[in-house]
Ligand binder design. Structure first.
Ligand code: C2E
Ligand code: CA
Ligand code: CA
Length: 745
């Protein structure tokens, strides 16, 4: 679901980027186009202005000429045609076809010798009305019938009011056109002069409007869509405005610009229209278009390639991630995540989860090298794969930690499988020439809705249990054991805090003689947990011996006892020796003697007052014990051999160790009343005495036991018969009471 959303977002981002690039390119292209259009309009404007200037100059010159001749004619009283010949030369200079004078009746005389009547001509009529006129292109009716434009001015009477005739200059349209023939846009642009009603007066020689009479009609004929443009243009022209735009002519868009052309001050108003077909723009844009097109193509290919490489590497990366997530690096088989996924996908989860490993694999790794270790693990994986049946699953979790799921209900089946694997894995030692490879298995029967993780946890716990046993290679999960392990874990985690907050209490069990005299005591530790409940030593001592925490606890108890002795000493009380237990684990520390010595010195005590109980089993397997005992003795400590009779030590060790006191274990004391037991006890007591040891009997519960041991001349007796271990204050009271009784006796 999440993946789908991510790839959706990714796609949208890619598309948006592509759109953005496309948008930017289109914008860039449009801006270029608009820029070019503006440039064209500007050019049109410039060209129009140039044309306007040229035409205006041309016409002005002619007009001035006509006006000055008209004035001369006005003042001339003779026949006008008589002086006309004077102006013949002027026609050449001004590129005129002819000059002519029309009398009021329309009879005409020209400088090129024509006579006729032009009373039908509009310019004549207008001239007679006192108007100045420049005609559209007319066909010459006097001379060669070519296109001409006629400039005309009225010739006034001397009173300057009445018109006596009309002076006109005939101008070859072709010549007039010259002034319009400015080449621009590779001669594709053209200009023309139109009247403000749209009538075409003159067009450039390259104009396609040849023959067009009215520009608006032409526009409307060309396309209905031009109506709006034509209307705007007409409006502008009527109001003397300037404008620009585009329209469709000859099936092609044309850009145009129009500006008034003030030919003569007064009533004649023409317009200069400059036009360029859009093909000019297209031509100009084409190279840009080609470049943009190329750029776009490169861009698209580039983006495509980028997207492709991105998707490709993303896919690769994803595949690699999936591989890393689900494949075990060493075996290239399934890892635990993959195993869990496959378990999840199963409908029926009924079956057994087996956690398996190799005993002391760390040792094999250390002695044979990591490479060999890896080889063993790979071989183990292969064995699992070869022995796996349909419906079964396996994975390597890490190190020598493997997991197996075997569906089914029958315990025999799983045991058969375990034995089979056990046998094959053991054979690896020969095949790979390594020391013994001993697998061990923890088995958990999956209950109801157990997850793979939970089931593995239980199987692994069962394996943990079997690890400590040499006689078995498999164990089924056991709820009691689990609880014990959980409790152990809790105790381990609370240890530091309990030391810091002094939650370990020291209790004292008196050692007495038969006449109730207290001759000393044994310090026994109790753990007050957070809820205030008292935890007995058998719950935590073995655990702390296993994990090494015991030496800190021993030291703690020893120091607490020293502290107590010092307090009593400071109170002026008579000190009785207190024996403190020291675990065999603590004895492995080379500086143990100095440490204890320092503590005693710290509290200014006689080491005799804090004696040390070493359990008999500590003698087994600790070669350094003899010198250690010597060192303790040298430091002034008295040593008690605890639990004598339970540790299977040889009697000769009694001599070698030079213990000061022998503590006869409760297991011997319990046999008081039995002949053999009593005989054994008397032998032990005698033996110890012969070795010069004093004797304490432990676990004495009955009067009979106490009396028998007293008869054997045991030095002191420790047991419920006299007192259970007591908290400090109660012990103090016990001692006080006992000494009072003694005094009274
Ligand atoms: P232990 O050193 O043999 O201590 C004697 C144990 O026998 C004590 O058990 C005591 O309460 C019990 N006991 C004494 N008299 C009788 C009796 O008449 N009947 C019966 N049934 N039991 C009697 P506790 O206090 O539970 O200690 C158990 C063991 O825990 C001790 O055995 C000792 O090995 C160990 N321990 C206690 N405190 C320490 C300590 O500070 N350090 C170390 N390393 N071990 C300790
Ligand atoms: Ca003891
Ligand atoms: Ca004991």
């Amino acid at each position: 679901m999440k993946n789908r959303r991510e790839s959706g977002i990714r796609l949208v981002v890619i598309l948006l980027t592509a759109l953005l690039i496309l948008g930017a390119t289109i914008r860039c292209f449009n801006r270029t186009k608009t820029g070019l259009e503006e440039e064209i309009q500007n050019t049109l404007r410039d060209v129009a202005q140039q044309n306007v200037m040229a035409v205006q100059n041309e016409i002005k010159g002619k007009y001035n000429l006509l006006v000055s001749i008209a004035e001369e004619l006005r003042d001339y009283s003779g026949k006008k045609e008589d002086i006309l010949s004077n102006w013949k030369a002027v026609t050449g200079v001004y590129h005129l076809k002819r000059l002519g004078y029309a009398n009021a009746d329309g009879t005409v005389h020209t400088t090129d010798g024509f006579e006729g009547n032009l009373s039908f001509r509009d310019f004549f009529k207008m001239g007679m009305n006192g108007e100045v006129e420049i005609t559209d292109a007319l066909t010459d009716t006097l001379g060669i019938p070519e296109k001409i434009n006629v400039f005309s001015v009225p010739v006034y009477e001397r009173n300057n009011k009445d018109v006596q005739g009309v002076l006109f200059a005939t101008y070859r349209t072709a010549k007039f056109r010259d002034s319009l023939d400015i080449t621009f846009f590779e001669n594709q642009g053209y200009s023309c002069i139109v009247k403000k009603d749209g009538a075409v007066i003159l067009d450039a020689s390259n104009s396609p409007l040849e023959g067009a009479e009215n520009i608006f009609d032409t526009m409307m004929e060309a396309d209905e869509k031009n109506r709006n443009t034509a209307d705007n243009m007409l409006h502008d022209m009527r109001t003397g405005g300037t404008g620009e735009g585009s329209c469709l002519l000859d099936g092609e868009e044309q850009y145009f610009y129009y500006t008034p052309l003030n030919v003569v001050e007064g009533n004649v108003e023409w317009y200069m229209l400059t036009v360029v077909p859009s093909s000019v723009l297209t031509e100009r844009i084409r190279p840009i278009l080609t470049d943009v097109g190329r750029f776009l193509a490169v861009l698209i290919v580039g983006v495509d390639l980028m997207v492709f490489f991105y998707l490709y590497s993303y896919r690769k990366q994803k595949q690699e991630l999936v591989r890393l997530a689900y494949v075990d690096n060493l075996t290239q088989g399934d890892n635990f995540a993959c195993f869990c996924k496959k378990m999840e996908a199963r409908d029926a989860k009924q079956g057994f989860m087996v956690a398996l490993g190799i005993r002391d694999f760390g040792f094999i790794n250390d002695t044979c090298g990591l490479k060999k270790g890896d080889e063993i693990l790979k071989a183990m994986w292969e064995i699992l794969q070869k022995n796996i049946q349909s419906g079964e699953l396996s994975a390597r979790i890490g190190g020598d930690d493997f997991i197996l799921f075997v569906p089914g209900e029958r315990e025999e089946r799983i045991l058969e499988k375990v034995h089979q694997l056990d046998e094959k894995i053991r054979l690896l030692a020969y095949q790979l020439s390594v020391p013994a490879i001993v697998p061990y298995f923890g088995i958990y029967r999956i209950q109801g809705k157990d997850t793979a993780e939970k089931a593995y946890g239980f199987a692994s716990l069962a394996r943990h249990l079997v690890k400590e046993r040499q006689d078995e290679s498999y164990a089924f999960y056991n709820e009691e054991e689990r609880k014990r392990l959980v409790e152990d874990h809790r105790m381990e985690s609370e240890f530091d805090d309990s030391i810091e907050h002094r939650r370990f209490e020291v209790w004292y069990q008196p050692k007495c003689t038969m006449n109730n005299r207290v001759v000393g005591s044994e310090a026994l530790v109790r753990w007050r947990d957070k809820d205030g409940a008292l935890v007995p030593p058998f719950r935590f001592i073995p655990l702390f011996e296993k994990n090494g925490m015991i030496s800190r606890l021993d030291e703690y108890v020893f120091e607490a006892v020293c502290m107590q002795q010092k307090a009593w000493k400071d109170e002026g009380k008579q000190l009785l020796p207190i024996s403190v237990n020291i675990s065999r684990v603590s004895l492995y520390y080379p500086d143990v003697v100095e440490k204890y010595q320092k503590i005693v010195q710290k509290y200014g005590l006689d080491p005799d007052m804090v004696q040390l109980e070493i359990t008999e089993s500590a003698l087994i397997g600790n070669d350094g014990i003899t010198s250690l005992v010597k060192s303790f003795h040298k430091a002034g400590f008295k040593l008690l051999l605890d639990d004598f009779g339970t540790g299977n030590s040889s009697l000769s060790s009694l001599n070698m160790m030079c213990f000061d006191t022998l503590k006869i274990d409760k297991s011997f004391v319990d046999h008081v009343g039995e002949e053999k037991g009593e005989t054994l006890l008397s032998y032990i007591v005698n033996l110890a005495r012969n070795f010069g040891m004093s004797i304490t009997a432990e676990g004495v519960e009955t009067e009979a036991q106490a009396e028998f041991l007293d008869k054997l001349h045991c030095d002191d007796i420790q047991g419920y018969y006299f007192s259970k271990p007591l908290p400090c204050q109660e012990y103090e009271e016990y001692v006080k009471k006992a000494s009072a009784l003694e005094i009274n006796a």
